[in-house]
Ligand binder design. Structure first.
Ligand code: AMP
Ligand code: ZN
Length: 482
């Protein structure tokens, strides 16, 4: 097997993965803020973290993966201004924050399952760790923080190399807006936000700095440290986190460890920081404020199997921007279907695989090299397709090879069938059973050369937007057109 190499955002270099604890891999992923449904872009971040985790397992590391659920502290503006996203949504909906959090956490978990993302060792919920956050904050307050009317602020000038992850111009605090009066540096951020006098927040806790709530960056520092120990191996998130959230987490971690600059990456709390690039959509449908925004459920309602979206993600490298389009999604679905049809043709499931088969050696090597090369899933997919195309081999071996590859890619190739991949919009005017019944009658009519009946049935299907696809090479047989 090829040694695993990954791109470390902290050094902006591809580096060998060398675990902190031999044989183990400890990974922390910044999870969702559960004030609204995740959009498909958000889910790209978790598909990426899942592929990373699966690859670490494939390479033989014992994986401990933590994903947090942010139910307090994430403000409407990352640059430390605005309201708490959870409080704002709860006020808008006139519901308790706890109900909002439960609803959207469950919706997120449904997407996780639909995308065949493995369960992490732990989902850590921020509000379960407030005590620990207070302890952490107290331990760094004297040396690194100062108090203002609105809260306890972290002074970024007290740690070495602040902002290295973002490659920010520190003196200027580039890109930051100094919105809070009294801040010593533009980039300083609240680690504890006091409830303004005369106000009551739904979520607030007592602290040495008055009643209030933790800052978002503090949460991830604390849960990472508590659950994985500093330094752990890899911290992941979307590329936007490279600019503010993660530099701030890193500053806190340095303060907590009493450690030095970032030329030694372990001082950041993790050895490697990895970020997926964005899924972009030109018409603005990814914005959660645009009425019908791009949720996974919307894709499903339009008739697409959710794993087509996973395939779409895998077809791009995680560090490349990926543009969302319905045509792109359909192309990914068709590719997945081709693969599933080939998998269905591997019949003999009983045969015991021998340890190896020389015919598969090149594809296995290509697959392994691709994944080891900073998770090159586009190339790994072609290795899988080449392995599927190998003929005259024992079916048991072929099955084992494909199963092994799918352990890493997570396309559930043996769990779905071609029928599940049919495009089936929720708004269809006809059920699948009705379509199948009419097609069976049409077939019988054709067999009896009763073309009048068969044409009439075809017209009736067309009126209900069913396109009959006789002899389609992809075996669709029929398709519901939107
Ligand atoms: P949030 O719930 O806003 O904290 O976001 C959850 C995750 O999605 C974070 O890791 C973000 O960096 C990531 N993310 C946000 N927007 C996108 C996008 N358009 N494409 C990919 N990842 C994203
Ligand atoms: Zn985080």
């Amino acid at each position: 097997m090829t040694d695993l190499k990954l791109f470390n955002s902290l050094t902006r270099q591809i580096e060998p993965f060398v675990p902190v604890h031999p044989g183990e891999a400890r990974v922390y992923t910044c999870g969702p803020t559960v004030y609204n449904y995740p959009h498909v872009g958000n889910m790209r971040a978790y598909v990426f973290a899942d592929v990373l985790g699966r690859t670490l397992s494939w390479k033989g590391y014992k994986l401990t993966h933590v994903i947090n659920i942010t139910d307090v502290g994430h403000l409407t503006d990352d640059a430390d201004a605005g309201e708490d996203k959870m409080e704002k949504m709860a006020a808008e909906k006139a519901q308790s924050i706890w109900d909002i959090a439960r609803h959207y956490t469950e919706a997120y978990w449904a997407d996780v399952e639909a995308l065949n993302i493995r369960q992490p060792a732990k989902w850590s919920v921020a509000t379960d760790y407030v005590e620990e956050m207070l302890e952490f904050a107290k331990s760094i307050a004297d040396k690194h923080c100062y108090e203002l009317e609105s809260g306890l602020y972290f002074d970024v000038s007290t740690v070495e190399d602040y902002g290295r992850l973002a490659r920010a111009v520190t003196e200027e605090g580039e890109g930051r807006i100094d919105t809070v009066e009294g801040k010593r540096n533009a980039a300083d951020f609240a680690i504890w936000r006091k409830t303004p006098a005369g106000e009551k927040r739904q979520m607030e806790w007592g602290s040495p700095w008055g009643k209030g709530a933790p800052g978002w960056h503090l949460e991830c520092s604390v849960m990472g440290e508590k659950l994985l120990g500093f330094p752990f191996d890899i911290h992941t998130g979307g590329i936007d986190h490279r600019e503010i959230h993660h530099p701030n987490e890193i500053a806190q971690n340095q303060a907590f460890c009493g450690c030095g600059g970032l030329s030694d990456a372990t001082n950041s709390g993790a050895k490697m920081w990895m970020h997926n690039n964005f899924l972009v959509e030109r018409s603005g449908k990814m914005s959660k404020s645009s009425g019908e925004f791009l949720r996974l459920q919307l894709l499903i309602d339009k008739g697409y199997h959710p794993l087509a979206y996973r395939m779409m993600c895998l077809q791009a490298h995680y560090r490349s921007e990926l543009e969302f389009s319905w045509e792109g999604l359909e192309a990914a679905l068709v590719r997945l279907k081709r693969i599933v049809m080939q998998v269905e043709r591997i019949t003999d499931t009983e045969a015991q695989p021998e340890a190896e088969h020389p015919k598969f050696t090149p594809m296995l090597a290509k697959f392994d090299d691709a994944m080891a090369d900073d998770l090159n899933t586009p190339l790994a997919l072609t290795a899988l397709e080449e392995a599927l195309a190998v003929k005259k081999v024992d079916a048991g071996i072929k099955r084992a090879v494909i199963e092994g590859m799918d352990e890493v890619l997570g396309l559930d190739l043996f769990g779905i069938d071609r029928k599940a991949l049919r495009i089936r919009p929720k708004a269809a005017q006809i059920t699948e059973a009705e379509i199948e019944d009419m097609l069976a009658r049409r077939k019988a009519a054709r067999a009896e050369k009763d073309f009048a009946t068969s044409d009439a049935l075809r017209d009736e299907l067309a009126a209900k937007r069913v396109e009959v696809m006789d002899g389609d090479p992809l075996g669709w047989e029929w398709k519901l057109v939107q």
